[in-house]
Design a protein around this ligand. Structure first.
Ligand code: HEC
Length: 538
């Protein structure tokens, strides 16, 4: 009978996707090689089908298991399933191989029985939460092949003694911001390595047993990937850097313009990309491996549209100014136009400026010429706003909206125009921010890093510490999928804060923060920003 089944599996294989791919689709998506949904019974009689039956739902993409709910799904990666689970008691140097909490190694036969009938390798019933699956011999063969491969390959960028991590800096990032980001990452890696040297010494002194040995500490090595030239050339540069020295993950990093080329690289390589500083993550399709602080400037545009609709009478007309050569500014303008349409606001009139055009007093007077807009939205950076004062000499009663992520020193704007200005502000408000950043500031001071480019430093601090925390919880299982799963679960409960008010990920989410305030400039110097709206989550 088994021979027949095997032959059938081979025939199927000829007409179907490669075994690895077929097993992966069952495991992650709940789709059988025939295209039909995977089926199972859970908790006795509840039927599960398709994506809801997929193993990844409970055991995670990594196979190392999620820890939600009362029953902890077991780790089901190949190396773990095919070796016995024993209870080691290092202090007595004993190992128990029988009784509660242990099981012998699985074989293909007992593993198929566990998946179909819920009986573990020791012959005991598994918890009712583990579904009982309907799978043919061929389908089971694909699934087992996939489980065997899961977690058995060592990830790129990890050796017995080193863990390599990368950090991307794109062209167009001002040198002082690059420096601010890298100083924090470098200090983090040094601190980490100094700590590990201590740990290793202590562990040796105690001559501890097994587990500890397997988790031997690795030296972290940081590689800075500076991308040069046009974004179209970045993918090749990223490939080249990766080929020269593969990394386990990209941590922090900073980009100018669209981050999309890096996002795409990480998607294709299944490489974790942890919390870069960027105004434009650049992808509307979230990817498992990339985590962002926020959706960037398009989110601000959507929050602004919501605010314009909800605060009093909707404006009679809107105009927006942006530089055509700036990807983030163009994306903001597009997002505002889309949201205006969706919310029944007037279509914004575009005042697009080219790279060479200075924004002179004449320009601003021109922008307000009849028909003068009721709302003027400026997706511009500080240097472009030097002559904005010209607006006050016109009679138009215009409200001016700026973006807090583009304008870094709103207090330095021409004073005459300040009362008309509102900023879309995706960060925590000044008072709260002080408290949130206190630990980061103390940490920087202790390492002799001068304060500067505050948001960049704070983001790098948060990204590095979040990554470090998650790495600790991998317990030596260097799986990239597991790293992302750990981050997903830990980000909301980390003992330190980012500059963004909310920091949690619900299932499938990839942006930590999902909203913005609208603020005005206060008259007293500190705090200079006063909230005019609640936290808006469009
Ligand atoms: C609804 C959640 C859920 C889904 C979906 C799920 N499992 Fe499980 N699984 C569990 C739980 C919970 C346990 C732990 C049971 C226990 O401890 O008794 C478990 C245990 C197991 C075990 C036993 C591990 C051991 O060490 O004895 C295997 C093997 C397993 N699952 C494989 C799979 C495979 C393969 C799939 C997909 C075809 C899958 N599971 C889908 C929840 C789930």
């Amino acid at each position: 009978l088994r021979k027949v089944a095997l032959a059938a599996a081979l025939v199927v294989a000829a007409a179907q996707p490669a075994p690895d791919e077929a097993g992966l689709r069952i495991y992650r998506d709940g789709v059988l090689p025939s295209g039909r949904p995977l089926r199972a019974l859970v908790d006795g009689d509840v039927e599960l089908a398709g994506p809801r039956a997929a193993c990844a739902n409970c055991h995670g993409r990594s196979g190392f298991g999620y820890t939600e709910g009362p029953v902890i799904p077991a780790s089901i990666t190949g190396p773990i399933l095919y070796r016995p689970v024993v209870i080691a008691r290092p202090e007595r140097e004993t190992v128990r191989t029988e009784g509660p909490g242990t099981r012998p190694a699985y074989s293909d036969e007992t593993l198929a029985r566990a998946i179909r009938d819920g009986i573990d390798a020791a012959g005991r019933p598994l918890d009712r939460m583990m579904p009982r699956y309907e799978l043919s011999e061929a389908e089971m063969a694909y699934l087992l092949a996939y489980l065997r491969s899961l977690g058995s390959l060592r990830s790129d960028g990890v050796t017995d003694s080193e863990l390599h991590i990368g950090s991307v800096v794109t062209s167009g990032v001002p040198p002082e911001k690059r420096k601010a980001m890298l100083e924090v990452l470098q200090a983090f890696v040094e601190t980490k390595n100094a700590g590990s040297r201590q740990e290793t010494k202590r562990a040796r002194a105690r001559s501890v047993f097994m587990e500890r040995e397997q988790r031997a500490y690795r030296t972290w090595v940081l590689h800075v990937w500076d991308l040069e030239g046009e974004p179209a050339t970045w993918p090749a540069q990223l490939e080249e850097r990766y080929r020269r020295q593969p990394v386990f993950a990209l941590v922090g990093g900073i980009g100018s313009g669209s981050w999309l080329p890096v996002h795409e690289f990480c998607r294709q390589r299944e490489l974790p990309c942890v919390l870069p500083t960027t105004d434009l993550p650049g992808s509307e399709a979230p990817d498992f491996h990339s985590l962002y602080f926020s959706e960037g400037i398009p989110l601000e545009a959507r929050a602004l549209a919501r605010h314009l609709r909800d605060s009093g009478a909707a404006p009679a007309s809107i105009a927006q100014v942006y530089r055509g050569g700036e990807a983030a500014q163009v994306a903001a303008a597009r997002a505002l136009a889309r949201s205006a349409l969706a919310l029944g606001l007037p279509e914004p009139r575009d005042l697009r400026v080219d790279a060479a055009d200075p924004l002179s007093a004449d320009f601003w007077r021109g922008a307000l010429r009849e028909p003068a807009p009721a709302v003027l939205v400026l997706w511009l950076r500080d240097p472009d706003l030097a002559e904005l004062g010209a607006i006050t000499t016109s009679n138009a009663d215009v409200a001016v909206y700026l973006s807090s992520s583009l304008v870094e020193a709103p207090g330095a704007l021409p004073s005459g125009v300040q009362p008309r200005i509102r900023l879309v502000h995706p960060f925590a408000l000044p008072g709260t921010l002080e408290t949130r950043l206190r630990p980061a500031r103390a940490w920087l001071r202790a390492r002799g890093i001068p304060a500067g480019a505050e948001r960049v430093q704070a983001n790098a601090y948060f990204a590095a510490h979040a990554f470090g925390e998650a790495m600790m919880h991998l317990l030596g299982n260097f799986s990239r999928d597991y790293l992302i799963e750990k981050l997903e679960h830990q980000l909301s409960s980390l003992p330190f804060a980012s500059i963004y008010p909310s920091t949690g990920l619900a299932a499938g989410q990839r942006n930590l923060s999902k909203g913005a305030y609208v603020v005005r400039l206060g008259t007293s110097p500190e705090p200079a920003l006063v909230a005019e709206s609640e936290w808006i989550t469009p």
